[in-house]
Structures are given as C-alpha cells and as structure tokens.
Design a protein around this ligand. Structure first.
Ligand SMILES: [Zn+2]
Length: 397
C-alpha cells in the first residue's frame, strides 16, 4: 500500500525511504544493502545511513551472508527484526450466532501472532469500548517487548480520526476509540474497518493483487476495495458497505426501512434459514445466491477494472455451488474481447484474517515513527505526536 498522502518535506523523504525499505523486506524477504539501495534508488552512502537507523531502531537486523555464487565480495543480508517490537491487534467482528468475541493478539513485526487473548461479550451479548480497552491493557501487560502500536478492527464505518462513526451490529455511534486508547494507554493506535483489514491480510499473506475486492459473508455482507494498491475509503468512509444497497426492490422488508437489501438476501443467517426450510434444494439455493452476488458486483468490478475477488464466509455457504455460479455470472457480465475474467476465489486465511490485516496496518502506520533520536515532526499521517519509542519504552518490562 502506498503512502501518497504524505507531502514532500525532508523528514517525509526519510519516512518514505524507511517505508520503502521495510516494504521490500516485509514480511520475510532478505536483501543486501546494495540490492536495497538499487531497488529504492539510493546511493551507497544514503542506503547505509537509512539501514543504520533502521537497525538501531530494531526494525531490521543482519541475518547472514549472501552465499550466492559470484565474483564480487559476499555481502551481509538484512531482514525484518522480529525479536524486538510487538504490535497489539484486535478484531471484534467475530460472531458465533448472537455472541461476539473480542479477539486480541500480540504479533511480531512480520505480523505473526505470538500470543492470544479472547474475551466473550458481556451477559447482554454486547461489546463496549471499555471491554476493548481492557483487552488492549491485558495484552500490553502480557508483552515482554515494547509495543509499536495498537490496532482495532471494527465491523462498521470508521473515519480517518479513528472514530467509529457507526457500527449497527455493535450498536456504537461516534465512539472516539483511537483517542480513548491513546489517552488511556499512551501508545499510538489506529482503528480500521474489519473488511478493509481482511483485504490487507489477503494482499500481504494471501492471494490477491493491487486491484481487488474482498467480500465477507457473515451476519451481514460487507466488502472492501483496493485500487492501485490503496484501500478505497469513500466520501463518508463507507466504501464497501454494500449490505444495505437494494438489489431487489420487490424483495423482503429490511430493518433499515428499505426492501431487498443485499444483506436481506445473502447474509449467512438468511441463506442458512432458506436451506433449512428446503434442504433438498441446497445446491440450487446457494447457486442462485452466488449468481445474485455476481450480478450485483459485476458493475463495480467492471467499473473499477478489478482483477481479483476474494470471498470470505462460512464453508457450508461459500462453497463450490455458490462460487461456481458467481464465477459464471461475473464471466458472462464482465468479459469482453479486451477484458479477461476476474479471478474469483475463496479466502483461505481462516478466522485470523482481520486480526492479521490489522497487525499489518499497525506496522505500516507506525514503522517509520520508531525513532530513538529526539528530533520531532515526522510522525505518520495517522500517528500521534508522541514519539513511539518514548511512549512504548515505558511499557517495556
Ligand atoms: Zn437494509
């Protein structure tokens, strides 16, 4: 993902260089200084300086000698340092029927989960911002390393200040979650939409390209869109929120007041109910549902010229009957002599998908702010002005 929002000042150039080097190595690549310099476009001296700063800040470490054959002298190779920093990542979009769970994890700088905490919703089946804070606190307490940042994936609309504008499913409105976390714990935080985070995980650890769509079928139906490697946020940060877009004006009445919203026809509970009422028509019901989703999405996919669609959902729903019909519909609707069929596949990442994507988002948001030096003014666009190293060293045990 790019950082094109950054304006160009000398400190931004420094941030961009750190970000570019980190990106080349993330999550598990290894390269020499010379190769990094060539790829980023920096002189030998300049790349040495940036790498020195990054190793001092425990973002990179030397992992060995390049043993490839060749006449030149063998060089030291670098990789991401996974032994120092941790991130705290939370996902509160996981539901088993009416019950929510707060899933939290500590990850290393490659986004690998090293520790987990799970807390079920309270007796009324709800999750409060307070519960989210206490899970963050618990993970901070468990961590034996400094924490780079905290990220929370929310099933709802989140603005660029990290305020949850609205989450119908959690019953939250205007919750300044990022500000609350930073105030309480003194660690930079970021809050994202769960489907956007899942798309990020699919981009880094799964199987999708820089122009892709992620569709999540669960209690509701949501999506996320990535164009030229940037997540589309939209006018009111609600891009991808397709659950309450009407696809059948004569369809069933929805709780939102409209008729035939996508969610009324294609959410997991609705499809399960239809299959339970007619188990012998299971394949047909799921096939029709796949076709319906394909038809609804063919316009945005064609409009944005997307190449990959990843569908996440319960295996008994998002199976071959569903995906086969969806694929057929997309091919029929989109393919022309200048456009090949988009690649449609089931997301294979399991329940950690949003959690891992959120960890990547934390790493990418805060990696360039981990300075040990005292100069100021170079925080990322969503970070606080608190130098991360100072804020987190206090929590180091
Ligand atoms: Zn609706």
């Amino acid at each position: 993902m790019t950082t094109s929002q950054l304006k160009s000042t000398p400190s931004d150039i420094r941030i961009n260089n750190i970000q570019a080097i980190f990106d080349l190595l993330f999550p598990t690549e290894q390269m020499s200084r010379a190769e990094l310099g060539r790829r980023v476009g920096l002189s030998r001296m300049a790349i040495s300086d940036v790498v020195k700063e990054m190793t001092e800040n425990h973002l990179l470490r030397e992992v060995g000698i390049d043993s490839r054959k060749g006449r030149g002298k063998r060089s030291v190779v670098l990789a991401i340092d996974t032994n120092y920093w941790r991130t705290i990542s939370l996902d509160i979009s996981q539901q088993n029927s009416e019950q929510f769970t707060v899933r939290g994890a500590l990850t290393d700088l490659c986004g690998r989960i090293v520790e987990r905490v799970e807390v079920p919703s309270d007796t009324e089946g709800t999750i409060s911002p307070k519960m989210v804070l206490s899970v963050c606190e618990k993970l901070l307490h468990i961590s034996d390393r400094p924490v780079l940042g905290i990220g929370v994936a929310i099933p709802g609309v989140v603005n660029d200040e990290g305020t949850v504008v609205r989450s119908v499913i959690l019953g939250w409105s205007s919750e300044p979650l990022r500000a609350d976390i930073e105030k309480k714990l003194g660690i930079p935080a970021t809050v994202g939409n769960d489907t956007n985070m899942a798309l990020i995980a699919e981009r880094y650890f799964g199987d999708c390209s820089a122009n892709s769509m992620f569709v999540k079928i669960n209690q509701g139906v949501g999506s996320a869109v990535c164009v030229n490697d940037e997540i589309v946020q939209g006018h009111v940060f609600a891009a991808g929120e397709i659950g309450h877009v009407v696809i059948d004006p004569n369809g069933p009445q929805c709780i939102c007041g409209k008729r035939g919203c996508l969610e009324m026809l294609l959410s997991a509970p609705k499809l399960r109910a239809r299959v339970a009422a007619n188990p012998e028509r299971r394949t047909q019901i799921l096939g029709e549902a796949g076709q319906q989703l394909g038809r609804a999405l063919s316009m945005p996919i064609g409009l944005l010229d997307l190449s990959d669609i990843s569908v996440f959902g319960p295996p008994e729903i998002v199976g071959e009957a569903f995906l086969g019909s969806m694929r057929e519909e997309l091919d029929a609707d989109i393919v022309t002599d200048y456009r090949t069929p988009p690649r449609l596949h089931r997301c294979q990442q399991g329940e950690d998908v949003a959690l891992r994507g959120q960890a990547v988002s934390v790493i990418r948001t805060f990696v360039a702010t981990t300075r040990q030096s005292a100069d100021t003014g170079a925080t990322s666009d969503t970070a606080t002005n608190t130098p991360v190293s100072t804020a987190t060293e206090a929590h180091k045990k």
